[in-house]
Design a protein around this ligand. Structure first.
Ligand SMILES: [Zn+2]
Length: 202
């Protein structure tokens, strides 16, 4: 584990302890542990996030991944199957597609659902660099930088319009649930930390 990973884990552990009913702290802790390769400890963190918010499709995806990496195939299949249905119902396209990929890899069944897969139009030549972005050659770039600064320009250069829209929805949740005051520097820093993590800009 790198010092940066250890610091990140400590940061989210504190967040999860200080605000135990906020699923984002547990989710962040689980993700930091997963990234550090500590799958066994990440599991209860994601389980807590799901218990607090049963619609948190991305948490199912990472929880299933922990079980898969620990070679607990049956448990992984169960979580991915549940998570797939949650993501599909909510229209969370990216976690849904990633869980479908896991289910295929593990030789499981993709649950049948009512929502048809949106048909792709024409390739745009733009590639979104967010890890796990499923748009591939069909990614649509943002028409303009979302903020008028270096970070905004970086986002326009690397992140597709769909991923940015997904982040805006998640960002509102982050602001509300962590009660961030964006007029304060500390609030802005926390918001940016979540945004960069979500978009894979670190
Ligand atoms: Zn994207």
């Amino acid at each position: 584990m790198t010092p940066a990973q250890a610091e990140r884990i400590a940061q989210f552990r504190k967040m999860a302890q200080d605000d135990p009913d906020n699923e984002l702290g547990h989710f962040g802790l689980g993700k930091a542990l997963l990234e550090a390769g500590n799958f066994a400890e990440a599991i209860p963190a994601f389980e807590r996030a799901i218990a607090l918010n049963p619609d948190f499709s991305k948490a199912y995806q990472y929880l299933g991944e922990c079980y898969a990496r620990l070679n607990q195939r049956e448990k992984a299949l169960e979580i991915f199957s549940r998570g797939y249905q949650v993501a599909d119902r909510r229209g969370d396209r990216m976690p849904r597609d990633e869980m479908a990929q896991w289910l295929r890899q593990l030789g499981g069944q993709i649950p049948t659902t009512q929502t048809p897969t949106p048909s792709a139009d024409t390739p745009s030549g733009f590639r979104c660099q967010r890890p796990g972005c499923p748009a591939g050659p069909f990614a649509r770039p943002l028409p303009a930088p979302p903020m008028n600064d270096d970070l905004g320009r970086l986002i326009q250069e690397r992140i597709c319009a769909d991923c940015w829209r997904d982040w805006l929805a998640m960002g509102i949740k982050v602001i509300n649930e962590l009660r961030l005051d964006l007029s304060e520097e500390s609030g802005q820093r926390t918001y940016e930390m979540y945004m960069k993590q979500y978009l894979g800009l670190e």
